[in-house]
Design a protein around this ligand. Structure first.
Ligand code: SF4
Ligand code: SF4
Length: 152
């Protein structure tokens, strides 16, 4: 059974924190570069990671699509753990967090202006804006846009 994205609420521009991170699920290809660049940049120990890139597919493991051939579908969702420090040492110097800077698909954005701009663009294309519920125990201030896109 496909995993479901469950929204706690739909953040507005006024909810965007100073250290907010925006994740556009339409652009995410599940490459794990965000997580790996965090591991390298923050010198994490082997096996330690602050971002877990979930596969939203059949629920039977990584990169297993939902559906029946030829109607298969799969997407990905980077989930930030509480251990994420939002790269404070970098952002205080005006640099982007490692994950945001290195995402090859521009799926991530950081900071109130960039996040508010991306939220508005995502809403305009028909995406839902949401944050994960508290029971996920993920990092606060991570705002997602669904992969939905209205067909114009
Ligand atoms: S957010 Fe970017 S870097 Fe992370 S898995 Fe998605 S596409 Fe890759
Ligand atoms: S914001 Fe910094 S600490 Fe948090 S996941 Fe991204 S790279 Fe790692």
């Amino acid at each position: 059974m496909a995993e479901k994205i469950i929204a706690a609420h739909s953040p507005q521009a006024t909810d965007v924190a100073q250290d907010a991170i925006f994740v556009d699920l339409l652009r995410c290809t599940g490459c794990w570069t965000c997580s790996l660049s965090c591991m390298t940049g923050n010198k994490l120990k082997d096996g330690q990671h602050f971002v877990d890139v979930r596969t939203l597919g059949s629920g039977e493991g990584i990169d297993r699509p939902a559906g029946t051939w030829p109607d298969l579908h799969m997407s990905w969702m980077p989930v930030y753990s509480k251990a994420c420090v939002k790269c404070e040492s970098r952002t205080s110097e005006g640099e982007l967090p490692y994950c945001v800077k290195n995402c090859p698909n521009k799926a991530l954005a950081y900071g109130p202006e960039a996040v508010a701009e991306k939220m508005a663009a995502a809403r305009a294309r028909g995406a839902r804006i949401f944050a994960l519920p508290a029971w996920e125990r993920s990092k606060d201030g991570i705002i997602y846009a669904s992969a939905d896109r209205e067909i114009l």
